[in-house]
Design a protein around this ligand. Structure first.
Ligand SMILES: [Zn+2]
Length: 297
């Protein structure tokens, strides 16, 4: 069923388990995610990026997610990932999103607070949650590239001030995880050996000062052990995109290589959707969200 994010993300879950926020961009990915959630009886967030909305069409993609979520036997919430366009946020709120992320992290602290407050005021009047980001998460976003630097990480004191000044509902923290897969700039090869590391002490320090649910972006590529620690420390939402894409791609390539004569897109895509489902189920288990998707009251 399609539910408000507040039904599945709340104080009761913090430190015990976390909700995966899976990105989708089409029918196949959405089906793979929903099937994984149903099989694991887990509550999940399905989220869209600006790029995904452009790729599939906003109303088209939102309709697919809403129909799949309503039919599902587990609670599913709809969230907009990184968005710096207030007009687009208004449209998405009208389309039924229960949570949106205003990403003004590229602005100065003061400007970030100002824009975030405007969005919070608009969203809260309509019962919608707002996520914001403080610090800069490394890697590629749709419209920006963030390279490196320890000073880009979230400062615990500033985070506490930011939350009280903006009244946001969830906070995305920059503690070392990154978006996408790192690629060697010279050889253009994927650096599969590079493991991402979360600054766990910083995360604990943020947790002590910030009481709202924390969100970890770029959770793909972070070792499972660190993910488990982050769950215990109080991260309530983990954004997962890259690992699903990688699983989908791998299965797709293998399938095409093995069956040179297939030309039916359904037969080409089905094994990839299954692989994405398996990967999503793995993530749900690591976050201890299995069997937590009972019908909300
Ligand atoms: Zn992100």
């Amino acid at each position: 069923m399609l539910v408000h994010i507040g039904k599945i993300v709340n104080k009761r879950i913090i430190g015990k388990y976390a909700i995966p926020a899976f990105n989708t961009q089409d029918l196949e990915m959405t089906q793979g995610i929903v099937r994984a959630a149903e099989k694991q009886k887990a509550p999940v967030i399905i989220q869209t990026s600006v790029g995904a909305l452009e790729y599939a069409g906003m109303e088209e993609l939102v309709s697919i997610i809403k129909i799949e979520a309503r039919k599902a036997r587990v609670p599913i919430a709809l969230h907009q990932d990184h968005c710096h366009d207030f007009n687009l946020i208004k449209k998405l709120i009208n389309l039924g999103y229960s949570s949106v992320m205003i990403d003004a992290s590229h602005l100065t602290y003061k400007e970030n607070v100002k824009l975030t407050r405007v969005v919070v005021s608009y969203a809260h009047k309509r019962g919608v949650w707002v996520q914001a980001e403080l610090g800069r998460i490394l890697g590629n976003e749709d419209w920006q590239k963030v390279k490196s630097g320890k000073d880009l990480m979230t400062d615990p004191d500033e985070a506490a001030r930011f939350v009280s000044e903006t009244r946001i509902d969830t906070l995305a923290v920059a503690v070392g995880s990154m978006h996408g897969i790192p690629v060697n700039p010279k050889t253009k090869k994927v650096l599969t050996t590079l493991k991402e590391h979360i600054d766990l002490e910083r995360l604990q320090a943020i947790r002590r000062k910030v009481k709202i649910p924390l969100v970890l972006h770029g959770a793909s590529g972070v070792p499972d052990q660190q993910i488990r620690f982050a769950v215990r420390t109080g991260v309530a939402i983990f954004n997962i995109d890259t690992d699903l894409r990688v699983a989908f791609n791998r299965a797709l390539r293998e399938n095409l290589k093995k069956h040179l004569s297939i030309y039916d897109p359904r037969k080409i895509l089905a094994p990839a959707t299954d692989a994405l489902q398996d990967e999503a189920e793995k993530k749900i288990k690591i976050l201890k969200a299995s069997n937590k998707g009972r019908r909300p009251d």
